[in-house]
Design a protein around this ligand. Structure first.
Ligand code: IPD
Ligand code: CA
Ligand code: CA
Length: 291
């Protein structure tokens, strides 16, 4: 492995800092209406920026909390120092450090994607370290990872997330509704990077979200594809880091998911919400059963 041993060491150090902040408790500030940030996000991004700069002085860094370093370089790290800030701020132990490395050819325009080369995601609460390098597979604590074998959405456990900015404009609640009715369940665990790592690990069969950023997805997408899964936009087209659509799965249910997205965007395949009369009738039946 070329980059991940050093990146993993940095992610572990960053995760240890997150654990300390989590145990001590931190004050929360607002970046937007419900977009939270804490001293942990900023301190840990600074730590990762320093350590990456020492380890890979020629690499660029693009971090959620404002780091923009050497953006003209061939290699660029996308860093989310704390993915799952809302969980962290509430004492809900589901969050991680995420670092994804992209290689950008000199001829690429600023809005074009390069190639994802390496990924490290660290869950400090479970001491779980996910690593991948292009063409070399993905691992969890050193053990090879493979996506699940679930072949239909009806038997799948899937997951999604909701944006913390402009929530009222997100159509995702409709997708959440529909996927809940058609699968074993939809989890909303609060860390997109860990959701993607869980798809790679076969703990989840698919993940989708609207409006994520490259620091949320760069590492997780490489983990999924290196673990044998597939990543795309909602129409099944090539996944792009700046795309506002992320769909990742075990590959086996991907076409079915793309078909469902197509139907839903076209206004088809929506399960109607029961009318107030239908709902009242259901309650009467249940009340009768209790008599
Ligand atoms: C958030 C988490 C969450 C997702 C949000 C992200 P943050 O990242 O990944 O699961 O639903 O869209 O913004 O703000 O905790 O780094
Ligand atoms: Ca994030
Ligand atoms: Ca973050």
């Amino acid at each position: 492995m070329t980059w991940t041993p050093k990146a993993a060491e940095i992610a572990r150090e960053a995760g240890a800092r997150l654990r300390e902040f989590f145990a001590a408790g931190v004050a929360t500030e607002y970046k937007g209406d419900v977009d939270l940030v804490t001293v942990a996000d900023r301190t840990v991004e600074k730590l990762i920026r320093t350590r990456l700069g020492e380890a890979f002085p020629e690499h660029g860094i693009y971090g959620e909390e404002g780091t923009r370093e050497r953006m003209d370089q061939e290699f660029r790290w996308y860093v989310d120092p704390l993915d799952g800030t809302t969980n962290f701020a509430h004492g809900f132990p589901q969050f991680c450090v995420s670092m994804g490395l992209e290689r950008r050819a000199a001829t690429l325009k600023a809005d074009e994607d390069g190639t994802l080369m390496a990924a490290v995601i660290y869950d400090p609460m479970r001491d779980e370290l996910y690593e991948a390098e292009r063409g070399r597979g993905a691992t969890l604590n050193g053990k090879a990872l493979h996506v699940s074998k679930t072949a239909e959405l009806a038997e799948a456990l899937v997951s999604t997330g909701f944006p913390s900015r402009k929530r009222h404009q997100s159509p995702n609640i409709h997708f959440y509704h529909e996927f809940t009715l058609r699968s074993h369940g939809v989890r909303r665990a609060g860390s997109a990077a860990l959701d993607l790592a869980y798809v790679a690990a076969g703990r989840l069969d698919a993940f989708w979200e609207f409006n994520l950023n490259p620091w949320d997805t760069a590492a997780g997408i490489l983990l999924v594809t290196e673990a044998g899964g597939r990543a795309s936009d909602f129409a099944g087209g090539e996944f792009r880091l700046d795309s506002r659509e992320v769909l990742a799965s075990n590959g086996l249910i991907h076409d079915e998911l793309v078909g469902l997205f197509e139907d839903m965007f076209a206004g088809r395949a929506l399960t109607p919400i029961p009318t107030p009369e239908e709902f009242a009738a259901q309650r009467r039946v249940r009340a009768k059963g209790l008599q």
